[in-house]
Design a binder for this molecule. Structure first.
Ligand code: COA
Length: 318
């Protein structure tokens, strides 16, 4: 039996930083409101000429270096993003060109904030079936470009960034199990309603009913962690680290409470990054690997929830 394991991680944040205080001059808000309701202190935003592929490339190169893998050894490049540079080619194909590799499969996957968890599952399945030996999985977003900067209920919550992992074939897991779900019934609560496809390109900005999203996210994430533990006959004591999607510190605290997991065992970056959608989990993962908190052999539970709604988890031994 073939499994997949994480060979290396990488991440990248654009250099421009916007603090809560900076936002006070853009919309009717206060730094203290944002901090108290979300736990966010600041976020990184792309500059005028920076694109999703720029962020993806920097994170990917870091991950390849950490894995000790040359880009030419990749069999698949997978980019989870909701904010691609252009309609097509996919950001994965643009990234492939930047990495100067030619011929391996490359495609984007769109599951909004659950995108990275979805992409890890897909990559794992490519490796388990023997279709690939090395897969680059990137979560990269320039969410700032699809925000309505006059809407205080959304623009204060998000940031830009990218994270990446290189997965490689292994005799033992690695990725132990993944659990993916979606329910398209909740479109009205969180969406970018416009697009060329429905003749409304002018409405391509995020809309959210935050309060309702919050309640459903807390319940759903509680269920997905239970589902993951049950499927593997594990208890919370078997989990060394929880890496949650970084949307709101209160959602993270609620999930940790549900697991009865002390916050010291939860990787939290929401204060510095805000919600970077599909980049949030790989950014947090890379940070905790590089600062030495997550060690080889430890068990990591990732969980995410996003527009669609989509949600899911990945349980892995690092
Ligand atoms: N600054 C100041 N006040 C704000 C504000 C802002 N940026 N945004 C909203 N408010 C106001 C509201 O207008 C409302 O005022 P009112 O009571 O006079 O009507 C008040 O604050 C409370 O709004 P509410 O939406 O109930 O706040 P909340 O405690 O639910 O926090 C969110 C709002 C968005 C932070 C929270 O609902 C949330 O995090 N939701 C989930 C978001 C999420 O995770 N989305 C992505 C999923 S991947």
């Amino acid at each position: 039996m073939q499994y997949s394991r994480v060979l290396g991680t990488g991440s990248y944040l654009p250099s421009r930083v916007m603090t809560n205080a900076d936002l006070e001059s853009i919309v009717d808000t206060s730094a203290s409101w944002i901090l108290e309701r979300t736990g966010i202190e600041k976020r990184h935003l792309v500059g005028d000429t920076e694109t999703c592929c720029d962020l993806a490339e920097a994170a990917a190169r870091n991950a390849l270096d950490a894995a000790g893998i040359a880009a030419t050894e990749l069999d698949l490049i997978l980019v989870a993003t909701t904010t691609p540079d252009q309609f097509f080619p996919s950001t994965a194909c643009l990234l492939q060109q930047r990495l100067d590799v030619h011929g391996c499969a490359a495609f984007d996957l769109q599951a909004v904030c659950a995108g990275f968890v979805y992409a890890l599952d897909v990559a794992d399945k490519f490796i388990r079936t023997g279709a690939a030996k090395h897969v680059l999985v990137v979560g990269a977003e320039t969410i700032s470009r699809v925000l309505d900067w006059t809407d205080r209920t959304t623009c204060v919550l998000f940031g830009d960034g990218a994270g990446a992992v290189v997965l490689g074939a292994a005799d033992e897991p690695g990725i132990i199990s993944s659990h993916l779900h979606a329910d398209g019934a909740y479109k009205e609560l969180l969406q970018i309603p416009g697009g060329h496809g429905n003749g409304r390109p002018e409405a391509a900005f995020m809309e959210m009913k935050g309060n309702e999203v919050f309640r459903i996210a807390v319940t759903t994430l509680g269920r997905i962690v239970e589902e993951t533990l049950e499927a593997n006959g594990l208890t919370r004591d078997d989990i060394d680290w929880l890496i949650p999607h970084q949307a709101n510190i209160r959602i993270i605290q609620a999930t940790a409470r549900k697991l009865d997991l002390p916050l010291e065992r939860v990787i939290i970056t929401v204060a510095e990054h805000g919600n970077t959608s599909s980049a949030s989990i790989p950014l947090a993962f890379d940070q905790a690997v590089r600062d030495g908190r997550i060690q080889r052999g430890q068990t990591v539970l990732m969980e995410a929830f996003g527009g669609g709604f989509t949600w899911g988890s990945v349980l892995l031994r690092y």
